[in-house]
Write a protein that binds this ligand. Structure first.
Ligand SMILES: NC(=O)c1ccc[n+]([C@@H]2O[C@H](COP(=O)([O-])OP(=O)(O)OC[C@H]3O[C@@H](n4cnc5c(N)ncnc54)[C@H](OP(=O)(O)O)[C@@H]3O)[C@@H](O)[C@H]2O)c1
Length: 352
């Protein structure tokens, strides 16, 4: 079967590079267009000198010429899908125009995440909301902010206990700010207790993702728990670690909560998708795990699902409060391959 041609919008950025990496030898999709800012139009990708991943830049990608962020030019490159990794102010209009032109847009940007007709998906948590796009040729499907993705996976596990309030403090890597991102003088040997708009995103996006899907109206009613976030930038390269405290209605013992994490499985429709990790939530029993250094790239099978599992540890229960620590890869699970997983889900459901 012929592969579906895709564009990567923002292909020279941190997330755009992860898209290129995630699409190497992909069974359904192949890169047909690379989009960056207008000033780069017509230049070869390799000449931008922006590649910052350990995976070598594929030669055929390096030779591709960059396209300007213009809907007509993207559509005329013959793509059916656009994976978006643009700054949100640029993405808002371009994503809308592409969807109107019949392109399926899978976006990492905040621009349309909270639009009522746009699904916001982490497949292991709320795969059913992909049905919001049924019958549309062009549409936008979003994935969450990177720190929200790491939060909602473990929250899904404890949701049956009745979540009342969530308190979360994050320890977020510098790749979350893009490239070149945070100035080295600010972040070396330092932490910065503020990340613009991040706390607000965690608060609203978590409630949409863990909300109730009404399949007849094709709308989501937000979950009614509160989320209180404090977001901090730290000098790690990749990975967002989060210290979480959840107030629940039906408390369980530490042993029972650990068993919930260990027995969590992907829904059947997600199992076996090329980028899906076999176990989306991995529980670490060591007292000092998970850590950025050892756990950020968790996820089997190797390569296709690297960095797609979140690692949880340090469960403690105090009365109605469950505490744990979780780490997730911000540009993998929280961005590009996360978005590719959404497209694989749409492909499996016949929406492409
Ligand atoms: N980094 C993360 O962990 C992460 C996680 C989840 C979601 N996101 C979201 O993903 C998006 C990209 O983030 P990033 O970290 O990859 O940022 P980045 O490294 O700064 O990359 C930005 C990309 O957008 C392009 N761009 C910038 N201004 C443009 C314009 N006016 N017109 C067209 N293209 C333009 C850049 O192209 P040039 O090279 O030509 O400037 C580059 O390809 C953002 O919306 C971000 O919030 C990021």
């Amino acid at each position: 079967m012929a592969k579906i041609k895709v564009a990567i919008l923002g292909a020279t950025g941190m997330v755009g590079q992860r898209f290129i990496e995630a699409l190497i030898d992909h069974p359904f999709f192949e890169v047909g267009a690379l989009v960056a800012s207008a000033k780069r139009e017509g230049g070869k990708y390799v000449e931008t000198d922006r590649w910052r991943l350990e995976t070598p830049l594929p030669e055929n990608i390096g030779e591709m010429k960059l396209v300007a962020p213009d809907a007509e030019k993207v559509v005329s490159s013959g793509v059916r899908i656009a994976f978006s990794a643009l700054p949100s102010d640029v993405a808002t209009e371009l994503e809308t125009d592409l969807a109107k032109s019949g392109v399926a847009v899978f976006s990492n940007t905040a621009s349309h995440r909270m639009d009522s007709e746009v699904p916001l998906i982490v497949p292991e948590v709320n795969y059913e909301t992909i049905d919001m796009i049924v019958g549309k040729k062009g549409y936008i499907v979003t994935n969450a902010n990177c720190s929200t993705t790491g939060l909602v996976l473990p929250l899904k596990v404890v949701q049956p206990l009745g979540i009342k309030r969530v308190f979360v403090a994050t320890y977020q890597a510098i790749s979350g700010a893009g490239y070149p991102g945070v100035p080295s003088l600010d972040i070396l040997a330092n932490v910065i207790p503020y990340i613009g708009k991040e706390e607000e995103k965690m608060q609203i996006e978590s409630k949409k993702i863990l909300g109730v899907y009404d399949s007849s109206a094709r709308t989501v009613r937000d979950a009614d728990f509160e989320v209180h976030a404090s977001c901090v930038r730290i000098p790690a390269v990749d990975g967002h670690l989060e210290a979480v405290e959840v107030e629940v209605e039906k408390p369980r013992s530490e042993k029972e909560v650990v068993e919930l994490f260990e027995s969590f499985e992907s829904p059947d429709v997600v199992k076996g998708l090329p980028t899906a990790p076999v176990k989306p939530v991995i529980y670490r029993h060591e007292p000092d795990r998970p850590q950025h250094r050892y756990d950020v790239n968790a996820g089997e099978p190797a390569k296709s699902a690297w960095g797609m599992a979140v690692s949880v540890g340090r469960v403690r229960v105090i009365e109605n409060y469950i505490r744990f620590v979780v780490i997730s890869h911000n540009t993998r699970r929280g961005a590009a391959p996360g978005s590719v997983l959404n497209a694989e889900l749409a492909h499996k459901k016949g929406y492409l």
